[in-house]
Design a protein around this ligand. Structure first.
Ligand SMILES: C[S@@+](CC[C@H](N)C(=O)[O-])C[C@H]1O[C@@H](n2cnc3c(N)ncnc32)[C@H](O)[C@@H]1O
Ligand code: SF4
Length: 461
């Protein structure tokens, strides 16, 4: 068996619905009815908590055309007046939140996501970026990033982004194959992708390329050419997301069921070819789906086991802070709580115009939740966890840690036997083949997991 590929029986055994653990607890535990006053209290308290640095996330839900595979909070772009109003509201929300934050806290991360933030006129983005700088200072190495759809990218836009201080651009490619793009209702890059990447690099911006595997008509042969073309562009990072099919949440995805969706085994072969091509080309594999050049700080953080993760993806300690999020559906991530804004764009704008903030759902973490979060984050990011070390860090004994996480070493019997992890001296190490079942491993440390409710999640392989 190859170092990565699981055989058919193992896939059958481990492919099951499970959380993606972009947060712990997962977002389906957030409860409705979060009060404005509680949110303000939490914002103020967060000034005394760690990390001290500020991360800002801005969500722009609008897209000129909707892809049917999309799992993000996106909607069709409306008229100019709505975009105008949305950005006025975004600024009002920022000013309200900023008024509760300690102005001496530095900004180490700004991330624009969506939707398609690069499909709106750039002066809207520039206004917000300027507003941030009037309230806070940036750390010298702050990461300023935007998720962009290359179908709407121009050379002029790239220059404007560089002038605003952006230093990392994620380009959503998904696949270079035009047939796949047509099935998912997506336009290819407007300019030759080589021209886009070259212009970004010329402007000193690092480039991430996003791909999705598990889409209809993707084959190992064709996906290999897509990945080879990606490698030839020499981006700093490449991400291969497993297609999350959740038609019960995103009804537009049902259209894809008219085609044949790749089986778990086929998906794994797609991932496998990407993994082989990328690692042979010198990229280091990180977490479930990221690949980075060895000199990249993300790869360095993996080697020193200091990688961690927030809703914006994997990050390194130097760039991440507590995350304050703006825009419809965005999630603020504090040391003690998660707070999600209203998901409906109109309701969000209306509430902000009245109250300045628009929390809708939230979750207050208990001390036990924080312990489980630490273990699960460690596993998901660094594919390794030393339970004795975590117990010391949390002021617990090893036995107390087991009780809180409801983890029993006996539950590892099968995955150790299947050569997916090793377990010795209270240290759990995920082996290369076990990378594909990272989510299953994390589930062993999740006391909130209820077998009856896991069907809400996408499948783990
Ligand atoms: C907000 S989107 C990217 C920005 C931009 N709107 C675009 O499409 O290029 C972020 C990324 O999430 C990934 N994504 C979206 N829906 C997904 C799904 N259902 N399963 C897995 N990945 C998905 C895609 O790779 C996409 O590029
Ligand atoms: S994948 Fe990107 S462009 Fe497509 S609908 Fe989702 S957010 Fe919009």
């Amino acid at each position: 068996m190859s170092k990565l590929l699981l055989d058919r029986d193992l896939i059958k055994k481990y492919d099951q619905p499970g959380p993606r653990y972009t947060s712990y607890p997962p977002a389906n535990f957030f409860q409705s009815g979060f009060k404005v006053d509680s949110f303000i209290d939490l914002l103020q308290q967060s000034n005394q908590q760690q990390p001290r640095n500020l991360s800002f996330y801005f969500h722009v839900p609008f897209c000129p055309q909707l892809c049917n595979f999309c799992g993000c909070n996106s909607e069709l772009m409306r008229d100019k007046a709505t975009t105008e109003r949305y950005f006025e509201i975004l600024k009002k929300e920022f000013v309200t939140v900023a008024s509760h934050l300690d102005a001496t806290r530095p900004v180490s991360q700004v991330h624009w996501g969506g939707g398609t933030p690069n499909a709106v006129p750039m002066h809207y983005i520039a206004d917000v970026m300027e507003l941030i700088r009037t309230h806070f200072a940036f750390t010298p190495d702050a990461e300023v990033a935007m998720e962009c759809n290359p179908a709407y990218m121009t050379l002029e836009q790239i220059d404007q982004l560089a002038m605003m201080g952006f230093n990392r651009i994620s380009l959503g490619i998904q696949d270079f194959d035009l047939k796949v793009l047509s099935i998912i209702h997506r336009k290819p890059s407007k300019l030759a992708i080589e021209t886009v990447v070259e212009a970004l690099h010329k402007n000193k911006m690092e480039v991430n390329l996003d791909f999705v595997y598990g889409l209809p008509t993707q084959t190992v042969e064709k996906f290999q050419s897509t990945i080879d073309r990606a490698i030839s562009l020499n981006p700093e990072r490449i991400v291969t997301f497993s297609y999350a099919h959740v038609p019960w949440i995103k009804s537009a995805q049902k259209v894809l069921e008219q085609h044949v969706l790749p089986s778990a085994e086929e998906k794994l072969s797609l991932f496998h070819v990407a993994y082989e091509r990328l690692t042979n080309a010198g990229y280091d594999a990180i977490g479930l789906d990221h690949f980075a050049r060895p000199h990249d700080e993300m790869a360095q953080a993996l080697h020193t086991r200091t990688l961690h993760r927030n809703f914006m993806g994997y990050c390194t300690r130097s760039h991440s802070g507590q995350v304050y999020a703006f825009g419809a559906s965005s999630i603020t991530q504090l040391e003690n709580a998660y707070i999600q804004n209203n998901k409906n764009t109109d309701a969000y704008m209306e509430i902000i115009s009245q109250h300045g903030v628009a929390p809708e759902k939230g979750y207050l973490l208990t001390e036990n939740d924080k312990v489980c979060r630490l273990v699960i984050e460690e596993l998901m990011c660094n594919q390794y966890v030393d339970l004795d070390q975590i117990a010391v860090q949390c002021g617990l004994t090893y036995e107390q840690l087991l009780a809180i996480t409801t983890f029993s070493p006996d539950s590892l019997h099968q995955i150790v036997h299947d050569h997916l992890v090793t377990w010795s001296n209270h240290q759990l190490t995920v082996l290369p083949a076990g990378r594909m079942i990272l989510r299953n491993v994390a589930m062993l440390f999740d006391p909130l997991l209820d077998n009856n409710s896991t069907m809400r999640y996408s499948r783990t392989v």
